[in-house]
Design a protein around this ligand. Structure first.
Ligand SMILES: NC(=O)c1ccc[n+]([C@@H]2O[C@H](COP(=O)([O-])OP(=O)(O)OC[C@H]3O[C@@H](n4cnc5c(N)ncnc54)[C@H](OP(=O)(O)O)[C@@H]3O)[C@@H](O)[C@H]2O)c1
Length: 332
């Protein structure tokens, strides 16, 4: 049946300005790293994407290697675009990335111009798109001059195959250098995609200062620590969970008794606030002023619905943040 998106979708979402740009991103964006590959159920993928768009999620985040097998998240997303979202292309911010291993040999990994531009062409083909909205260098590559990697991003923008350039997983100093080079090339850095959650707090320090100074947007990935910061693992490891699947990037060895003790404390705090642990974790991320968007992954529409509830929650007060942070180990 023909898909008709909900008319009230834009009044259901909050949008935040992305750095010093004209782009507003939804406070919650959807990532397709897991659960959208060739191994996953296409009907569920389609239901989640439709439901996301119906809720005002305009930003879908991909990378060349998402699957498994690598590339299949992009081809599945391309199919869903073709079936449901093609008439709404101008309402979407679609991103992809290159930087991790994608094909064999010396030109299918890292940060060379050769790799990035070939990979972007392949991504566009898989998604059936003429351009992506954001093209990212997926990680900093110390073996390639930063001028070359940033030059490739600028070339992607100048050729019309991407509208904006972004970086991901870059350390603070390299972020500042990348931003300077991109500005000099006339294609400013729109956004930095960083790992940020109650369990990964480094971006709160030096990196957030660089992003504020350079007026770069920030989108936080793995805000639920791949599901650890939810009730998913409180009673064991479900077979249909990321840690329970053989291809999931979350490994059972990471789910230690010490970690579960912290998760239980956080769960109790969430209950005392009258919200779920997932909501606590996502609201904690969104309460940081350098965050433009919270980039979640979900394996079902129900999970997405729960996560969207943070749109109705005010940011945590400093007192609430201290109460939550006191449950976290010092090293986070
Ligand atoms: N730039 C990079 O290097 C990089 C790296 C990683 C990710 N990313 C991006 O960030 C996106 C999000 O990363 P992520 O998938 O690790 O994010 P996440 O939001 O931390 O974890 C997602 C997982 O948490 C569980 N979950 C989500 N909502 C839940 C809820 N309400 N209740 C219970 N469990 C819930 C689901 O696990 P189950 O599947 O077990 O149900 C889901 O697959 C990726 O898709 C990708 O776009 C980027």
């Amino acid at each position: 049946m023909e898909y008709l998106p909900k008319d009230d979708r834009y009044s259901r979402m909050t949008y935040r300005k992305c750095g010093n740009s004209g782009i507003n991103l939804p406070l919650i964006s959807l990532g397709l790293w897991h659960n959208f590959g060739g191994v996953d159920d296409f009907g569920t993928c389609r239901e989640i994407i439709r439901s996301a768009f119906d809720s005002g999620i305009t930003h879908f985040d991909l990378a060349n290697n998402y699957g498994p097998p690598p590339g299949t998240a992009e081809s599945n997303f391309g199919k869903i675009l073709g079936k449901d979202l093609a008439p709404y292309r101008d309402e979407l911010i679609i991103s992809t990335k290159a930087g991790y291993l994608m094909w064999p040999g010396p030109y299918g990994d890292h940060g060379s111009r050769k790799y990035l531009l070939a990979s972007l062409d392949q991504s566009l083909k898989r998604m059936g798109l003429e351009y992506v909205d954001i093209f990212y260098s997926h990680r900093y590559d110390s073996e390639t001059p930063l001028e070359e990697t940033m030059g490739a991003l600028a070339q992607a923008v100048k050729s019309g195959k991407a509208l904006y350039a972004g970086i991901s997983n870059y350390p603070p100093d390299q972020t500042a250098d990348a931003a300077r080079i991109l500005s000099e090339l006339g294609t400013p850095c729109l956004i930095h995609q960083v790992k940020f959650s109650m369990f990964v707090r480094e971006p709160e320090n030096e990196l957030s200062r660089v992003l504020r100074k350079k007026m770069i947007g920030c989108i936080a990935f793995s805000p639920l620590a791949q599901g650890l910061l939810t009730d998913r693992y409180l009673k064991g490891i479900p077979a249909d969970s990321r840690a329970g699947k053989p291809h999931g990037f979350l490994k059972t060895a990471q789910i230690t008794p010490e970690l579960l003790e912290v998760v239980r404390k956080l769960d109790k705090t969430a209950q005392s606030f009258g919200i779920t642990l997932a909501e606590l974790a996502l609201n904690w991320v969104k309460s940081h002023d350098f965050i433009t968007s919270v980039l979640v992954g979900v394996s079902s529409k129900q999970q997405l619905d729960t996560n969207l509830r943070i749109l109705n929650l005010p940011d945590f007060s400093p007192e609430q943040m201290s109460m939550i942070n006191s449950c976290l180990p010092e090293a986070t």
